[in-house]
Unconditional design. Structure first.
Length: 284
């Protein structure tokens, strides 16, 4: 990956984190922990990989993206806003009555959202269905989806995984956000899904394990996936609450908004990270 591209992606990810927490704080509700852990993934997809165009969000030849862990919508919304699908000011209306941006993605209301999600497991099934259509009709686009590590405790996820293998859906790439925590605590304590990679391999998927905050690792894994003749999953080791000191690896920040004093700390830390990334980009 070229240095300029890498620096651009780091700057975008830093701003997505800042915008996500701002939106959740303004809404007084939401899911900051998992939104922060997927910042690099949505950044890479929207700003370096996927064929999507803001002024033509329904282009038939576009790549499809499904945020199966739909509660982490703040990260997706921030990426869509920065990509130009709608004004960044919309983020300030998150979860407000009558606003476009609600707690979970809505494909009928939000430009750039390909699937309404929220009930865990269902988004992954929809993504596999999209891939099946593309495969059957020999269409050029690919399907990308992000699942949570708590989400993969859902039986429906494994039904969809079996379906994708049965129909040889080599046009789908799934990312598992393996941040180690869900709403009730550590995933190992709630319903241990490990070893995640071996489980997907047993279902016929090509599986890789990477650092989900490393852009170059993400790019290499995606390139490997595109060479495979199997459906692909990239298990991304991440940090829940990444970028906010008191949120990191703390499941209590799965689904609550910071209070004013907490927000000021988060805003300071995230702004400093964004300003540093912006400086590096400008000087790069």
């Amino acid at each position: 990956m070229e240095k300029k591209t890498l620096l651009m992606l780091k700057e975008k990810a830093a701003r997505i984190r800042m915008l996500s927490v701002e939106a959740v704080y303004g809404a007084k509700s939401g899911h900051p922990g998992g939104s922060l852990s997927i910042a690099e993934l949505v950044t890479y997809l929207y700003f370096n990989k996927m064929n999507v165009v803001a002024n033509n969000p329904d282009d038939e030849n576009r790549d499809r993206f499904v945020l199966s862990k739909g509660h982490c919508a703040p990260a997706l919304y921030s990426a869509l806003a920065l990509k130009g699908f709608f004004d960044v000011e919309e983020l300030k209306k998150l979860r407000k009555l009558g606003a476009m941006l609600q707690g979970h993605p809505d494909m009928k209301l939000i430009p750039g959202v390909d699937m309404s999600t929220g009930s865990l497991g269902q988004g992954f099934s929809a993504a596999c269905g999209m891939a099946a259509v593309g495969k059957r009709k020999s269409l050029p686009w690919k399907v990308f989806t992000i699942l949570g590590d708590g989400e993969i405790e859902e039986g429906q996820v494994w039904e969809a995984a079996m379906f994708a293998n049965q129909y040889k859906l080599d046009n789908i790439i799934a990312f598992v956000d393996l941040n180690g925590y869900q709403i009730d605590g550590a995933i190992e304590d709630v319903m241990n899904p490990h070893p995640v990679d071996d489980k997907f391999r047993a279902f016929g998927w090509y599986a890789q394990v990477i650092d989900g905050h490393d852009f170059e690792a993400i790019e290499e894994a995606v390139a490997n996936a595109e060479k495979s003749d199997k459906p692909s999953v990239i298990i991304c080791k991440t940090v829940k609450g990444k970028g906010v000191s008191y949120m990191e690896n703390n499941y209590n920040w799965h689904g609550k908004a910071p209070k004013e004093d907490e927000y000021l700390i988060a805003e300071k830390e995230l702004r400093e990270a964004w300003e540093k990334a912006s400086e590096e980009l400008n000087n790069g």
